[in-house]
Design a binder for this molecule. Structure first.
Ligand code: ATP
Length: 197
């Protein structure tokens, strides 16, 4: 069984691509979603976060105090790295047990925004980078989240550029709304089914 990592900048369409893979029957692990839920549900991770960032990290109902954590890590690279060093191992553990529970597919997909930045790609057999023009990405995220252009741009600035990511990627999916996306996905699916079986 192959492990395929998928990534792409904010608004590139990586989740959209993963939904199509799911329609084709491919199991997809959404690492960023899992990370968010583990910060709520994993007692070890929770106590590590409290130990590192203080009791204010969680509110009375036990939910992560996102605005507090964001305010700490947003402008402090070392604190962000510290948070990631707590969360990433928990996500790897969750991924490993998720994989065991799959019914022997030819391949599975792990979607992660920071696949290359976090070195998670090293545990994947192949990686896919979804690319879209910067202006298209910004337009999509504004429409989806109601964020301002400056907010989107500042999140983009904190990730590798597409040029940097391309050096790591085995496959590129072009989601520029000109080239058809689904045929590109079907072609990769056929390839992975071949290699993975
Ligand atoms: P993020 O990193 O912010 O979670 P993402 O890379 O996962 O973003 P998506 O959520 O898949 O991106 O897509 C962003 C928005 O753009 C969504 O609202 C999605 O429906 C839309 N979108 C993605 N691809 C296309 C496309 N080819 N045509 C039209 N809309 C698209």
């Amino acid at each position: 069984m192959l492990i395929i990592g998928i990534t792409g900048g904010i608004g590139s369409g990586k989740t959209t691509v993963c939904k199509v893979f799911e329609l084709l029957g491919v199991p997809v692990f959404y690492a960023d979603e899992v990370a968010k839920s583990l910060m709520f549900s994993d007692p070890t991770l929770k106590s590590e976060i409290i130990k590192t960032f203080g009791k204010e990290s969680y509110n009375e109902t036990g939910e992560l105090n996102r605005s507090y954590i964001s305010s700490i890590v947003f402008n402090d690279q070392l604190k962000l790295e510290k948070l990631n060093s707590l969360v990433h191992p928990a996500v790897f553990r969750a991924f490993d047990s998720w994989v065991i529970n799959q019914n022997k597919p030819s391949y599975v997909i792990k979607e992660a925004a920071l696949l290359f930045e976090s070195d998670a790609y090293k545990k994947c057999d192949k990686s896919i980078l979804v690319i879209s023009p910067l202006e298209t990405r910004i337009k999509r995220v504004i429409a989806r989240d109601g964020s301002s252009k400056a907010e989107v741009q500042s999140r983009i600035n904190r990730q590798f550029t597409d040029e940097q990511k391309m050096k790591f990627a085995d496959y590129i999916l072009n989601n520029d709304e000109k080239e058809l996306l689904i045929p590109q996905i079907i072609q990769l699916n056929q390839q992975f089914l071949r290699i993975g079986s």
